[in-house]
Design a protein around this ligand. Sequence first.
Ligand code: HEM
Length: 498
Amino acid sequence: MSEDKKLTTATGCPIFDNQNSITAGPRGPLLMQDVQLLEQMQQFNRERIPERVVHAKGSGAYGTFTVTRAIPEYTKAKFLSEVGKQTEVFLRFSTVAGERGAADAERDVRGFAVKFYTEEGNWDLVGNNTPVFFIRDPYKFANFIHTQKRHPQTNLRDANMQWDFWSLNPESLHQVTILFSDRGLPASYRHMNGYGSHTLSFVNAAGERFWCKFHFKTRQGVKNITGEESANLIGIDRESHQRDLFQAIERGEYPSWTVKVQIMTDEQAKTFKWNPFDLTKVWPHKEYPLMEIGILELNRNPVNYFAEVEQAAFSPSVFVPGIGPSPDKVLQARLMSYPDAQRYRIGTNYQQLPVNQPRCPVYHYQRDGALSTGYGGSSPNYYPNSDSSTPKEAPEYREPGLALGDVVADRYDSRDQDDYTQAGNLWRIFSEDEKNRTAKAIAGALSGARQDIQMRQLCHFFRADMDYGQRVAKALNIDIDPSFLQQNQQNNPQPVTA
Ligand code: HEM
C-alpha cells in the first residue's frame, strides 16, 4: 500500500484497523466508543437520496455539441452563433414509470434530457424520445403519473388504472399510439431519436421572436425490439440500455445525433390549424421542415454514477438568452416543478454540484442553505447595493415582451410610481411630539449607516415633506445648504448637499 494513502476516518484521523469492531473481549459486546464503526454505519444509512418521482431509472454521459449551421437570424443564443462552435453537454436518458431498479427494456417512453454548458449559462432541453405527450394541461400530470405507477393496494402496475385514465383523456391517444407501436420499445438509448416536444421561443438580436421545436435524430439508425424480444432481454439483462451506452463509449464508438429545429413565425402560429403550443400535436414536417443545426456526440462516461447521473438536475426552466418558454401550459408548469423537485431530492445548493454547475462565471445574490460552500464570501448579499464591484444587471440582455391579447407579458418597472405623497401625508398628520420622536428614532437608526447612504435616504424624506427632511437632518446633525431648501419644492427629486 502506498505510504501516501493511509486510511482515515471522514475527519482525517488515521485508522489502524478497518475490519474489526472494538469489543469487550473477543466475543463482544460492542463498545459505543467505536466511533469508526458508528461513522461508517451512519453514513451508510444516508447513502440514498429520494429517487426522481418520474424518470427514476437512467443513464448519462458527457459529450460535445457542434454547430453545423448557425442560426443568428432566429436566435441570439451564443452557442448557436457560429459554424464549428462546440459546447460541452451532459445527456441523461431514462425510462419514465419504473423505479430506480426498473428494467431498461420495458415498454415505456424514454427521457432525453440534455444539459448544454454554454458560455452564457446552462441550457437544459428536457425532452423525451417522442415528439408529443399524454396531456395538454399540467393539472392532469400527477393523476396521470399515479395511473402509470403502482396500485395503492396491490403495489402492482395496473391495467385498469392506466386504461381508465387514457380512455377518459383522449388527448393521450397520439402518445398512446406511439407507445404501443414499435417505437415504444427502443433497442437501446443509442438507437432512438430525442425530441424537445414543447414549442419553445427563439429571440434574435433584433428582438424578433420565433417559435421552434427541437429534434435529435439518431445517427446510429432507429432500432426497436418486439414485445417478445423485450421480455427475453429483461430476463437476462435488466440494465441492457445502461450496459449498451457505457460499453459503446468505452469502446470509442461514440453515439451521435443530428440536431434539427422546426421554426414557426408568430404570424404562422396565429393561423396554424391546431394550437401550436399544444403538446399533444406535432408540427407537420412538410409544412415546417426540419433544419439541421448541429451534431451532438456522447464521448465520455461519468466517473461516479451517483455524483454525476443520480445528482444531475435538468429543468425546462434553465434557459440562455435567445431561448425561452412558449405559452404551452404544460411547459409553464414544468418551469416550477423541476427546480422544486430538485431542492427536495438533492438539496438547496444542488446547482453547485459539479455536474450541474455552469462552466461560465455565476454571479447572484442567493446565499446559504444546507451544505453551502460559502458562495458569495463576504460580498453584499442583497441587490441593489451601492458597491460598484458587485454583480449588476445586464440591460443588453432584455428580450421583447410577449403580446397576449390586450396585454403584454413583460417585466414592468414598478419603481416609477409615487413613493412620496402618502408617506408625506402620514408625516403631516403627526403631532409635533410624534414628528420629533420619529425624526429622532430615524436618526438613531440611520446614524449607523455610511454618509452617502444617509444623504440618499435624507433625499427621500425631503421629497415626502420638507419639514420631514429638515427634522431628520437636524437630528442627524447634518447641515443642509439653505439654497437647497429654497429651490426645492415637495416631491422635487434634487440631490441634498451637506
Ligand atoms: C423528470 C415533472 C412532463 C420529461 C421529471 C421530474 C419531475 C417532473 C418532478 C423529476 C425531476 C428531478 O427530480 O430531477 C413533470 C411535470 C410534467 C412533466 C409536472 C407536466 C406537467 C414532462 C414532459 C417531458 C418530461 C412533457 C418531455 C417532453 C422529463 C424527463 C425527466 C423528467 C426527461 C428526467 C430528467 C432527468 O434525466 O433527470 N418530470 N414532468 N416531463 N421529466 Fe417531467
